[in-house]
Ligand binder design. Structure first.
Ligand code: PXG
Length: 296
C-alpha cells in the first residue's frame, strides 16, 4: 500500500507522522471516508465540500486547493490500483508543541489512505439489523458541532462500545433534548404511511452524503421526504427503518430496543432504494484511470 502524506507517497511501513501532531495529541483535525466503485470515486466533490466546511469550522486552513485534493485522491487510488475500496482522507492541525494552542502548529498535514472497506456482515443486508438506543448523547452543537467530521470521534466510539456491550452492530444516539440524532457512523431513516423521515441536521445528524443521495432517490421515486424531529416512539411505530452511510450504504433495520419494526424483515421501499443506490454507484463518480499526473 502507498500512503499519500503532504504530496509524497510512502510505503505502509514508512507512512508516519509526528507524535507531536495535534491530530494525535488532541484529535485536532478533520476527515472524510469516501468509496470507490468500479474505478470511480463516488461523490468526491460532495465529500471535499464537507471536508472544507469541517476545516473552516475548526479554523483549519487546508494547504491545498480542492482541485489539487481531487487530483491527490485520484492519484492515491491509481498508485494503489484501487478499483473498489475505501479512501480515508485526513487533515490534521500538524506538528506542534505539547500545549493545545493550535497557533503552535506550523502547517496542517494531509494524509490519504486508499484501502479496503470492512462492511457489516452480508447477512445483515438480507435479514436486517437489530440496533439499540444508548446513553451516550450526540455532541451538543455548542461543543464539537455534530456537523464537523472531526478527528475526535471518542463520543461516537463510546456509543459504539455500548452497542458492542448490547451485542448489536450499531447504536442510536439521541441529542441532549432526547430527540433522535443518528447512529455512530450512519444516518437513520424511517418510513411511516408512505412518508420517509430523517432527523433534521439541527437534531445533531451529520450532513451525510449517502443521506443526501438517498433523499434524492426517494423523491425521484415519488416518495415524500421530511427532515424533522423524531422521538424513540416514532422509530418504534415505523413501518420500515434503515441506516445510510458511505461504509454501510443502505442497511435495513428490523428491531430497535427489542421492538420489531414493521414485519420484522427489510421493507419494500428499503429494498427499492438499495437497488437504485447500487445502480447509481455502478455508473457515477470521478474516474480513477484518467490521470497519471504528478501531485504535490
Ligand atoms: N453519521 C456519522 C456520525 C458519520 O461518521 C455518517 C453519519 C454517514 O455519512 P456519509 O457521508 O458517509 O453518508 C457518518 C460517516 C468508518 C466510516 O470507517 C464512518 C463513516 C463513513 C465511512 C466509514 O467507520 N461515517
Amino acid at each position: 500500500m502507498k500512503v499519500f502524506i503532504d504530496g509524497k507517497f510512502y510505503s505502509e511501513q514508512n507512512a508516519k507522522i509526528s507524535v507531536f501532531d495535534h491530530g494525535l495529541l488532541y484529535g485536532d483535525g478533520v476527515f472524510e471516508g469516501i468509496r470507490a466503485y468500479h474505478g470511480r470515486v463516488f461523490k468526491l466533490k460532495e465529500h471535499l465540500e464537507r471536508l472544507w466546511y469541517s476545516a473552516k469550522a475548526i479554523a483549519l486552513d487546508i494547504p491545498m486547493t480542492p482541485a489539487e485534493m481531487t487530483q491527490a485522491v485520484v492519484e492515491t487510488c491509481r498508485q494503489n490500483k484501487l478499483v473498489d475500496g475505501y479512501i480515508r482522507l485526513l487533515v490534521t492541525r500538524g506538528k506542534g508543541t505539547l500545549g493545545l494552542n493550535p497557533n503552535r502548529c506550523a502547517k496542517p498535514v494531509v494524509v490519504i489512505i486508499a484501502g479496503k472497506i470492512q462492511l457489516y456482515p452480508p447477512e445483515l443486508y438480507e435479514k436486517g439489523m437489530e440496533i439499540v438506543t444508548v446513553a451516550t448523547t450526540r455532541n451538543h452543537h455548542n461543543a464539537v458541532n455534530p456537523a464537523i467530521k472531526s478527528l475526535n470521534y471518542l463520543n461516537n466510539v463510546l456509543a459504539k462500545i455500548e452497542a458492542n456491550v448490547a451485542g448489536v452492530e450499531e447504536a442510536i444516539m439521541l441529542n441532549a433534548e432526547g430527540f433522535v440524532a443518528e447512529c455512530t457512523g450512519d444516518n437513520l431513516f424511517i418510513l411511516r404511511r408512505g412518508e420517509m423521515a430523517t432527523p433534521a441536521l439541527h437534531s445533531g445528524a451529520l450532513y451525510g452524503i449517502t443521506r443526501g443521495v438517498v433523499m434524492d432517490l426517494a423523491r425521484e421515486a415519488g416518495l415524500p421526504v421530511v427532515e424533522t424531529t423524531l422521538t424513540r416512539y416514532d422509530l418504534y411505530v415505523a413501518d420500515e427503518c434503515f441506516l445510510t452511510g458511505t461504509g454501510a450504504e443502505i442497511v435495513p433495520v428490523v428491531k430497535i430496543d427489542g421492538r420489531t419494526i414493521g414485519e420484522g424483515r427489510p421493507g419494500a421501499t428499503t429494498r427499492m432504494l438499495q437497488e437504485r443506490y447500487h445502480e447509481m454507484t455502478r455508473v457515477s463518480g470521478e474516474p480513477i484511470r484518467r490521470t497519471g499526473r504528478k501531485v504535490g
